[in-house]
Design a protein around this ligand. Structure first.
Ligand code: MGD
Ligand code: MGD
Ligand code: 4MO
Length: 856
């Protein structure tokens, strides 16, 4: 009615309508279905019928897209650092200090293309690196695993080997008890919604806050289902140092556990089960191995310390009587255990020094309770929707246009349906992500692989530099989040300024984070300014059937809604322009525009069987009809509990990975659920950090650590409720105005630090005072958010401030953007792994100068 055109798009927080008039975006709204879209599924449970709303319940950050497009932090033209001369003085020491001048695209592309050639000529393969983040704007064509991977492979590069950041404790620990390596050691969650609603009596949320983390991409799609569970009288319990938004919304008993002591609590619960017979004896006897050895440890027969509720009290801070009561209740009921964002793995508890101990306990607890029997499973009603999973559409990790068969899901997923020119990185050298700054500064680093192919892959170390290859001399950074998402991130500043780094190019949409440390900046555009295609929440790869979290399967054409702002270009166009200068333009594009690739992805999917290209383009989205009730996906692990052949719609494990008969048993050497993993017995006997019999080993950065005398508070900085990592924070995004996200004080939007009332009072800190949070690694200025919702002795905040802003105040350097990862330890959780352990980092806080003083 206002004369605008309605386009569609998809984001990390769900699909949107985008209203455009005269080349400008007027507004974005959550996508709503109409009468022509297929019907919605219904679940019957305990005499009630449940069906979700017929619209996309998107995340708050999705709705900020317009403000991101028109942000005043957009980079609108190519730029060069003022004191960078590619043919003369390069002044690496001034990165992040000196300013920029505008240059033309021609000049920028020439500098970058020439430098790529020079690096190869002078140093040889391996000198260039493309550090990649874990996420991207939505869409199968533009995704970093798609276009950027294709581009980087055509150039050749030292790979920055990612650590399994989302999965840490599961990959390095839990996986060895039950397999699921192709899911990085987390359970699958099939059929979990219906089973939970029909059967479960209680849900234990353990390090699980789906109202904040939204099953990653599902917005508030799961909220409705949890409300149904409340209506049905399913009891909720929360184990978390923070009375998180899920606990706040739904209520239920909150166990305020001290960070990283969870394994002690879990073991005390298992002690009660073991001694009071509150476990599934038949299941343990027939489906598992090693229980006697585990039980001996619980009872203290092996180390003289019975793991009683009294024993755990001084560690966790939870009274013994409460633990005993919880254990008895749990042991006598059908319980869903909810760990992390989907309830089936993840969780901040897994991203700390004791992360693997905790994740291992979670699997063992479920083994004791009969995992897979009706009402006994992992989940928090976030995953396991009765979708038609036979309908095929590729996820973003399934390779897109990359042609990369080694580091994406392409080889096992979409390649056969969309053959395109293969691309391969000829460089075998890798550098571990968390150690990359040290690799640059000290010239060496050791890492361990994240590879889901097999459980064994993680035991072989790799070293940097690798004989035969050049160390890194050029960084091609795409985006710029490391200062905020990598541990002890202040190291990056020194790495960027290191003399061995001859050239830094940054391709970013906004002037933030690492973009400020580049020699040449290439302006990219947002996904609303270019073509793409994607299915909501379909990540693919290690999260096979990831769509199982949203209520409807929605594939969207991601329209080019407006022309790119200023001189910005799509990433694909930038890559094409650089490769054209290297004579590889046509190899990269195969003669295709982005819209052509979108059509190729469309054709590779099952969409053409149901909707014409023309109709799809006009409507902008397609909703997959739900599965017929009789064909609904089976419940995860039910086959195992019943001793049948595996009946789940997933390709893993590989045929070679079954102990005896294909489809029978788990991906463990015994085929059973192993309380004492055989794989650990084989490979870690010389590593006390990774014992075969799981133990409670207090955190090396916990309350008993030496550091705690000077830094008595434990900081947990987990995933931000309102932004998606750095992506929707800062840059004057609408998210910035959310009071629960940043506080506007003296003209600056400060990152929030939630402090317990008693800890604040002891330090004379009042609500919204500026506080300095610090340790040996750095100091950050935040706004105090005083609240009883956080356990005393713990300060709660979030990772992923997009802004990184160092200022000097009376000789002291402090960071005022909110990059709390400048304080977290860079040490791996355990020896012999490349795992991040940001959680439970020891800090002190004090009231900082008042806001008026800050203004000067
Ligand atoms: P993102 O902000 O998602 O974070 O860490 P990252 O993956 O590093 O980074 C994406 C980057 O890509 C941004 O800079 C963004 O601007 C850029 N980008 C996105 N789309 C485009 C595009 O279209 N074009 C271009 N040119 N650039 C684009 C996430 C990581 O953080 C994760 S996944 C986890 S699980 C860890 N969690 C965690 C924690 O729990 N606690 C602490 N303390 N730290 C953590 N860090 C980890
Ligand atoms: P976290 O926020 O790390 O999320 O999903 P999760 O790993 O589940 O942790 C969840 C809860 O664990 C929090 O309430 C936190 O207080 C608690 N916790 C932290 N430490 C401990 C501990 O030691 N013990 C116990 N018991 N609890 C603890 C992460 C997932 O979220 C991932 S991997 C990504 S990449 C996505 N990121 C993301 C985002 O950046 N923003 C939004 N809005 N959603 C996201 N969803 C995804
Ligand atoms: Mo993650």
């Amino acid at each position: 009615s206002d004369g605008s055109l309605r386009y569609t798009t998809c984001t990390n927080g769900g699909p949107l309508f985008v209203y455009v008039k005269d080349g400008r975006i007027l507004r974005v709204t959550p996508l709503e279905f109409d009468a022509t879209d297929p019907s919605t599924w219904m679940i019957e449970a305990r005499g009630r019928k449940f069906s979700p709303p017929r619209r996309a319940l998107v995340a708050p950050h999705a709705l900020t897209m317009k403000s991101l497009v028109y942000s005043d932090k957009r980079i609108l033209h190519p730029m060069k650092r003022v004191d960078f001369d590619p043919d003369g003085e390069r002044n690496p020491q001034n990165r992040g200090k000196s300013g920029y001048v505008r240059i033309t695209w021609d000049e920028a592309l020439d500098i970058v293309a020439k430098e790529i050639n020079r690096q190869k000529r002078v140093h040889g393969p391996g000198a260039i690196t493309f550090p990649m983040s874990s996420h991207h704007q939505w869409g199968n064509v533009g995704y970093y695993l798609s276009s950027l991977m294709r581009f980087a492979n055509l150039i050749g590069f030292t790979r920055v080997a990612a650590n399994p950041d989302s999965w840490e404790g599961w990959y390095w620990g839990a996986m060895h008890h039950f397999g699921n390596s192709m899911r990085v050691g987390v359970p699958a969650g099939y059929g979990g919604i219906e089973d939970c609603l029909k059967e479960a009596e209680m849900i234990v949320f353990w390090s699980s806050d789906p109202e904040s983390t939204n099953g990653a991409y599902a917005g508030f799609e799961g909220t409705t289902r949890r409300l149904w569970a409340k209506e049905l009288g399913i009891e909720f319990v929360h184990i978390d140092p923070h009375c998180n938004p899920t606990a706040q919304l739904f209520g239920g008993r909150w166990f305020s556990v001290r960070p990283q002591t969870d394994a002690a609590l879990a073991q005390a619960i298992m002690y009660v089960w073991a001694t009071e017979g509150l476990y599934d004896r038949d299941y343990v006897a027939t489906r598992t191995t090693g229980f006697d050895e585990w039980k001996a440890y619980l009872l203290g027969e092996t180390d003289g310390v019975p793991k009683t509720p009294e024993w755990q009290e001084s560690e966790t801070g939870i009274p013994a009587k409460d633990v005993r009561a919880l254990a008895r209740k749990w042991g006598g009921r059908k319980v869903y255990l909810a760990v992390g964002m989907t309830g089936t793995g993840f969780g901040g508890a897994g991203r700390g020094a004791t992360g693997a101990q905790w994740a291992r306990c979670m699997i063992m607890m479920m083994a004791m309770q009969g995992w897979g029997k009706p009402g006994i499973n992992f989940g928090n009603l976030e995953i396991g929707i009765p979708h038609d999973l036979h309908f095929y559409f590729p996820g973003y990790a399934d390779g897109g246009i990359s042609g990369d068969l080694a580091f994406t899901g392409n080889a096992v997923n979409n390649y056969q349906r969309m053959p395109h020119i293969l691309t391969m990185n000829p460089v075998k050298q890798m550098v571990p992500r968390q150690q990359m700054p040290d690799a640059i500064i000290e010239g060496k680093a050791t890492g361990y692989l994240w590879d889901g192919m097999a459980q064994e892959a993680q035991f072989a170390p790799f070293t940097y530099p690798m004989p035969g290859y050049s160390p890194i001399h050029m960084i091609y950074r795409y985006g710029g989040s490391s200062l905020s998402t990598v541990t002890r991130s202040g190291r990056w500043v020194d790495a960027y300024r290191h003399e061995s780094i001859e050239f830094v190019v940054n391709q970013s949409i906004w002037m933030e984070g690492e973009a400020q440390f580049a020699d040449v900046i290439l302006p990219a555009c947002t996904s609303l300014e270019r073509w793409d295609i994607g299915e909501w929440a379909n990540s693919g790869g290690y999260a096979h059937h990831g769509v199982n979290v949203v209520n409807h399967r929605v594939v969207t054409l991601q329209h080019k809604c407006i022309e790119p702002l200023g001189e910005s270009k799509s990433d694909y166009e930038i890559f094409t322009a650089i490769l054209t200068r290297l004579g590889l333009g046509a190899v990269f594009t195969e003669g295709c525009s982005e819209l052509d690739w979108v059509k190729r992805v469309f054709d590779s999917s099952d969409l053409p069987d149901h909707v014409s290209w023309k109709k799809f383009c006009r409507k902008g989205y397609y909703v997959v009809p739900p599965e017929k009730p009789e064909l609904r996906q089976p419940v995860d692990m039910r086959w195992f509990a019943e001793g049948r052949r595996k009946d789940l719609p997933e390709p893993a494990p590989m045929p070679s990975q079954y102990a005896e008969q294909f489809g029978m048993g788990l991906q463990t050497p015994s085929g059973k659920l192993e309380f004492v993993p055989e794989i650990f017995k084989r490979h870690t006997t010389d590593n006390p950090d990774r014992p075969a019999v799981n133990r409670y080993i207090p955190s090396w950065e916990g309350r008993s650590a030496e550091l705690s005398e000077r830094y008595p508070l434990q900081m947990i900085a987990t995933h931000s409720r309102y932004s998606f990592h750095t992506s929707m924070d800062g840059k004057n995004s609408a998210v910035n105005q959310v009071d629960d996200h940043r506080a506007l004080i003296a003209g600056h939007r400060f990152w929030l630090l939630r402090v317990n009332t008693a800890d604040a009072a002891a330090r004379g800190i009042r609500h919204h005072d500026l506080v300095k949070i610090f340790n040996v690694r750095g100091a950050v200025i935040c706004a105090a958010d005083i609240s009883p919702l956080v356990t005393p002795g713990v300060v709660k905040s979030y990772e992923a401030s997009a802004e990184f802003q160092l200022i000097d105040v009376e000789g002291e350097t402090v960071e005022i953007g909110g990059c709390l990862n400048t304080l977290t330890p860079d040490r791996s959780q355990t020896r012999g792994t490349s795992s991040m352990a940001p959680n439970s980092c020891l800090v002190q806080i004090e009231k900082w100068r008042n806001a008026e003083a800050f203004k000067m």
